[in-house]
Design a protein around this ligand. Sequence first.
Ligand SMILES: [Zn+2]
Length: 288
Amino acid sequence: MRIGVDLGGTKIEALALDAGGREVFRKRVLTPRGDYSATINAVVAMVKEIGAGTVGVGIPGALSRMTGLVKNANSTWLIGRPLKQDLERALGREVRIENDANCFALSEAIDGAGKGARSVFGVILGTGVGGGIVVDGEVLLGRNAIAGEWGHNPLPLPGEADLPLPKCYCGRSGCIETYLSGPALERDHERLTGERRSAKEIADLDGQTLDRYLERLARALAGVINLVDPDVIVLGGGMSNVPRLYTDVPRLWTRHVFSDHVATRLLRNVHGDSSGVRGAAWLWDEET
Ligand SMILES: [Zn+2]
């Protein structure tokens, strides 16, 4: 059995896949926000309920290559904690921990929208913006454990409409996340129109705010194509439900990609909200 746990900022989800990759268990609990030891206990209780099996955990952040401690997590109570050691001690088995966007990309690469593709860039366009790169069925971790962390690159080629550069929680300005997250879309709409609306409402309005969003996404993804040139780009998160992303963005990105023809496929995820937890389970891919 492969056990996957998605340790999110609002919920913890656990799932078990049998040897054939079929889901045999799933459970969700609310995350004990701000309480590290309660968070550990919640994960351990779910894994023990499932029983024997490999354990993979997706987190909103990464383990530092320097210290092994959690870094870059917007669930800030995890930062600086020895999460891997604490889970392994409590469970009595090895635990693999990976960034949640990397888990998303892995799940979609193995048996989702990117199935059969050699290289997949997975993007989460949700409350935040994350990314992960999978090549030949394996997550590219990187020397600093930040491969694919595209959300905190600056938005390329900012024009008048992109200024002033929005401040990001990471301390920088003009990060891609500050334009392409759901809350960023809502802020941009309020700035343009004076109206407060949800990201879903703004997408349904299908107006100028969405046009700006699509054009920015095209610019930002063109940079990924020039650098990684993936076979497939898979989108996840709340914004991935907007149909125009898949028709307009591949038309808009051509002018920014350094190629005579762009064959990259931009696809909606197959596993939806479940991709994170599925990808966590697939961290033990070789145990078949
Ligand atoms: Zn940032």
